[in-house]
Structure formats: structure tokens, C-alpha cells
Write a protein that binds this ligand. Structure first.
Ligand SMILES: [Zn+2]
Length: 562
């Protein structure tokens, strides 16, 4: 049965009048009491009210460390308390505080390279962009040699190793973006993996002992234009631990790389061709460079907010199912054309917070608690490269081997404010056994789940669920459906694209009368019922064999002695 009297009616009408592509409503995979809770507690009112508060001018865009951020956290924790949850963190705390380190680098306006007696000089922004990689006042690189390292990937599960044991200590690595994407037998076809993200490239270079790394930028391999890379304003990180770090993280246009390599007698196209093979070996280029950066550091304190609902099964209750959404947004910034300077973040992510709150209330309203313990987690600083979830994954409230799954709601991906849809997107579909759970719920709503429509953009790695996946926890993360019921075929996609152009990360991301809550309700129900099914299942969810995160899960389980 579809959920809710109104939902049921609409689905029935739609089913009778129009052949729904691929799916038709079928029996619910959950007991009636659970379905009842889903439509008692997940309503337009329970969803709209938190969005109205969190996105209001008074919260000033919820920038990390601001008063608006603190207000949002207190609001969320009191809502959890009122819904019957208990503090998730030690000493009865609802909050898990942590510092963000802001790094602003001064990069020299020119950068020179020496090769065979020749000198090549590049210009900042036109040719390269860079940032310091150390959380110190600065760092320098002195006469270091450049080494072309291909994709810079070490992936045992794909039998791929670009380093081949070559010592690159003290070198500056020149690295191609993306991962091999032309043959599904090599990696995952068109789908960009973490191996294909810039963050991986820098980590990989640092692990190998390099002092710096230059990523070769092309719009095709990055998935975004050079203008995005040119922005070298302040960025944030968690306080450095003992992980290896680069002194310099640079991007360079392919054209600039070509000039530098040519001076050393190398042809970029030939090097790239060689790197498209498992047999590739690193190429020391005989080109040397020096550069000095100075950093200005700052510290901001924020916190994750979490509440738990203890599980009812004596054995399974020590395992957690996480239901998460980020509570931060961009704060106050540059004004838009109307003069508004507050980045309200109504869709991104007051929407996800309200859906998690409503789902949390529905789960605490059940006559029998779920077998596994639930953790409702509102993470901070997602807009700074998902630092709150990263901090939680590094400092989890139970060992990560006991976290069954993370169900994450991110309004920026699931812009479900245009009405009920025939479909929904599962970002990262095909990676874990959670697909079947989400599909069973979606089917009962009369909807079809489909994979990420832009797999090359790597959305899976660009939000909080990735922090969980990285430590081996399978994740569910929904994106919008675009086949809006009762609208022409292309209408939903057009709405989503218009929202991206005119509202995404702009002050105009506000709650207004145009919002249709029918899809918001149905997606919150989808998340709540999936969470319930994960929390009830006898077995923990698993990654599909060979998935990039399977090894991390095995390690986490081994540490549990399982
Ligand atoms: Zn977001």
C-alpha cells in the first residue's frame, strides 16, 4: 500500500489513468503500525515548521561558529529531546564539539620551472592555482624534481598501481584527474570513484612522501571548468593529526603543463597515453622547481548534534543505524541582485534536517522500538568538505564496525519540492545491499529508483555519506525524482535545473509558497521506512563484492573481532 490517505488516492488515480513507467504500487515491506507512524508523524506541518525556523533571517545562514549555528544546534537537540531521544555523546552531551582550521594561502604571482637550461614561467590564475597543505605559517619547496605519476592511483581491488614501488620522497608529482573511465573492465566505467577525486590525489601523493602535487586540469576530467579551480580563497580542515601532508597542493591547466613538459623534452599526450595502462611506470621528468607559500590560519568551533534511541534487541542494540543531515550552511556573504546577504539554505539543508526530525519522531512513536539502536545525527560544516561527518567518523560514538548504515538526507541532491514523482534517485546505487531495501520501499510507494543521473560528477563523494563510506559503513543517499506526477515529461528536470542556476548556494534558497510538500513527505517516508528495515534486519548490510569500500568494512569488522 502507498503511504497516507492522500498519497494512496493520488497513486491509485495515477496508476489507473497513466501507465507508470516501470513501477506499480505493491504491498508494503513494513508492518502496518510502522506505516501508520510514517503518515502520522511525517506531514506537511511537521516538515514545514523546522524549515521555516532554520532558514529564517534570524539564523543568519547557519555559518559554522556563528550565533545562527549555535541556535540551530540548540533547536535540533531540543527537538530530539522532545521526541524521546537521549544524548548521543559522552557525559550526557547532545553535542560533539570540534575545531575547524581555516587556511588562507598567499601564493606567488609567478611560478618557474627549470629544465635543460631553459626556464618556464607560469602566471597565477591564468596557468595555475595553489594552496598550502600544512597547518603552519607557510612552507617552501626547494629545487624539487617533477615526476609524472599518471592517475596517481593505488587500487589493489582493480589491480592498478601507478607508483610501482618507485620512491617519490621529496618530489612534486604531476597527476591526471579522474580515474580510468573508458572501459568498465578496468574501473567502474563512466562512474567516477574516490580514486578520481582531487582529494584522493593529494592524499595519495602525501602518503608516497611527495612534497607537492600538481593536478592537471581539464574540464572533462574534473567535471567543472577552470574558473572553479581558480578560487583560492580560504578553505577549512579538521586539525591536523599525524597523517602525511603535502606542502603544496596545486592545479594547473593542461596547456601550462604541456609547456613545462615540453621544456623538459616530454610530450603530455604521449605521457597520458602511457598512463592509460596497468603497465604504466612513473616518469622522472628532470624538471625542477622551487616555490614558497605563506598561510594565515584561523580557528572556528562548531559541533555535531546527536541523539540516540536505544534498540530493543539485546544483541543487535549494540549496533547503530545512523540517520543524518547537515545543519550548517554558508552564513552571511556577498549580496545577490536583491541585496539579500543571508544564505538561508532552505533546501540545502534545512529541508534534510526537517525530514530527519520528522522521521526520527516517527521512529520514536512506534509501539515497539527498532532492534538496532538509532543515532539521529545533525552534522556540522558540510559546506567545508563535509568536515562534521568526517570528524564523527574519526571519533564515532561506537566503533565503526558496529555502525550498520548511514541514511543521509541532503536537500542539495534531493530537491523534492516540485511535487510527487514516479521516480527517485539513489546516489551510489549498485554499491551495497541497501539498494534492495530502498527499492522495496520505493516500490511500495509506486516509485522506481534509478541510479545517479550524473555519475561522472562524483556526487557520492561530495556529501556526508562519503565520510561514512570511507570508514566502511554502507550508505543510502537519495536524490530527486524528475518525473513529476501530472506534469509533462521534462518539467521536473527543468525545475531542478532552474533551481540549480538561480538558487543553489545563493541567498534565494528560501522557503516560499511555490513549495509543494507532497514529494518532501514521500521522500521523508522513504528514508524513515528504509531506516526501520535496516534497523530490523537480522544481518548487517554489506558492500557489493569488489566495491571500493569493501576493504575498509572488512578491516572495521576485523577490529571488532567479527
Ligand atoms: Zn548541503
Amino acid at each position: 500500500m502507498p503511504l497516507g490517505p492522500k498519497g494512496a488516492q493520488l497513486a491509485l488515480i495515477a496508476w489507473v489513468l497513466t501507465p507508470i513507467s516501470g513501477a506499480q504500487a505493491e504491498t508494503s515491506p513494513v508492518p502496518q503500525a510502522v506505516e501508520q507512524a510514517a503518515y502520522t508523524y511525517i506531514t506537511r506541518a511537521t516538515l514545514e515548521a523546522p524549515i521555516r525556523f532554520l532558514s529564517s533571517d534570524l539564523l543568519e545562514g547557519r555559518g559554522p561558529g556563528t550565533r545562527g549555528d549555535e541556535l540551530a544546534r540548540v533547536y535540533l537537540q531540543t527537538q530530539l529531546e522532545g521526541s524521546g531521544y537521549q544524548p548521543a555523546f559522552p557525559n550526557g552531551s547532545w553535542q560533539q564539539p570540534f575545531d575547524l582550521i581555516g587556511i588562507k594561502s598567499m601564493i606567488p604571482p609567478t611560478w618557474s620551472f627549470q629544465a635543460k637550461g631553459a626556464q618556464i614561467e607560469l602566471k597565477l590564475r591564468a596557468d595555475y592555482s595553489a594552496a598550502g597543505g600544512l597547518q603552519t605559517g607557510g612552507a617552501s619547496i626547494n629545487n624539487a624534481e617533477l615526476v609524472f605519476i599518471g592517475y596517481g592511483i593505488q587500487a589493489p581491488e582493480y589491480r592498478w598501481d601507478d607508483f610501482k614501488g618507485v620512491n617519490v620522497t621529496g618530489k612534486v608529482l604531476v597527476i591526471m584527474n579522474n580515474n580510468p573511465d573508458w572501459d568498465p573492465k578496468l574501473f567502474a566505467g563512466k562512474r567516477r570513484l574516490y580514486y578520481g577525486r582531487w582529494a584522493y590525489k593529494y592524499e595519495s601523493a602525501a602518503r608516497a612522501g611527495a612534497v607537492g602535487a600538481i593536478i592537471i586540469h581539464t574540464t572533462a576530467s574534473a567535471g567543472y571548468p577552470w574558473q572553479v579551480v581558480q578560487d583560492t580563497s580560504e578553505y577549512f580542515e579538521l586539525p591536523a593529526g599525524n597523517e602525511p601532508r603535502l606542502r603544496l597542493r596545486a592545479w594547473m591547466t593542461a596547456e601550462a603543463v604541456r609547456r613545462v613538459l615540453k621544456a623538459g623534452g616530454y610530450d603530455l599526450d604521449k605521457l597520458i597515453a602511457a598512463a592509460r595502462s596497468r603497465d604504466f611506470k612513473p616518469v622522472p621528468l628532470g624538471i625542477r622547481t622551487s616555490i614558497e607559500v605563506t598561510n594565515t590560519l584561523s580557528t572556528v568551533r562548531t559541533a555535531n548534534v546527536g541523539g540516540i534511541l536505544p534498540g530493543s534487541d539485546p544483541q543487535l542494540a549494540k549496533e547503530l543505524v545512523v540517520l543524518s543531515a547537515h545543519h550548517d550552511h554558508l552564513g552571511i556573504g556577498a549580496p545577490d541582485a536583491s541585496g539579500d546577504r543571508i544564505y538561508h539554505g532552505a533546501v540545502d539543508n534545512a529541508l534534510g534536517c526537517s525530514q530527519v526530525l520528522a522521521a526520527a519522531r516517527a521512529l520514536s512513536g512506534l509501539p515497539v522500538r527498532t532492534r538496532r539502536t538509532l543515532l539521529v545525527l545533525f552534522v556540522a560544516a558540510e559546506e567545508q568538505q563535509y568536515l562534521g561527518s568526517k570528524y564523527y567518523a574519526q571519533h564515532p560514538s561506537v566503533p565503526v564496525g558496529r555502525i550498520a548504515a548511514d541514511v543521509n538526507l541532503e536537500g542539495a541532491f534531493d530537491r523534492d519540492i516540485f511535487g510527487r514523482t514516479h521516480d527517485a534517485t539513489l546516489i551510489g546505487m549498485g554499491k551495497s545491499s541497501l539498494d534492495e531495501i530502498a527499492e522495496s520501499v520505493a516500490r511500495s510507494q509506486g516509485r522506481t529508483l534509478r541510479p545517479d543521473q550524473f555519475p561522472d560528477r562524483g556526487y557520492f563523494y561530495r556529501s556526508d555519506q562519503f565520510s561514512f563510506a570511507r570508514v566502511g559503513v554502507p550508505t543510502l543517499n537519495f536524490g530527486e525524482g524528475t518525473e513529476v506526477i501530472g506534469r509533462p515529461a521534462d518539467w521536473g528536470r527543468q525545475q531542478v535545473e532552474a533551481w540549480e542556476r538561480h538558487k543553489y548556494h545563493q541567498p534565494a534558497d528560501k522557503l516560499d509558497d511555490s513549495w509543494n510538500f507532497d514529494g518532501v513527505i514521500e521522500d521523508a517516508q522513504l528514508a524513515m521506512l528504509s531506516t526501520w528495515l535496516i534497523a530490523q534486519a537480522e544481518a548487517m548490510p554489506t558492500w557489493k563484492p569488489g566495491d571500493e569500500f569493501e576493504a575498509a568494512r572488512k578491516q572495521a569488522s576485523a577490529e571488532m573481532g567479527q
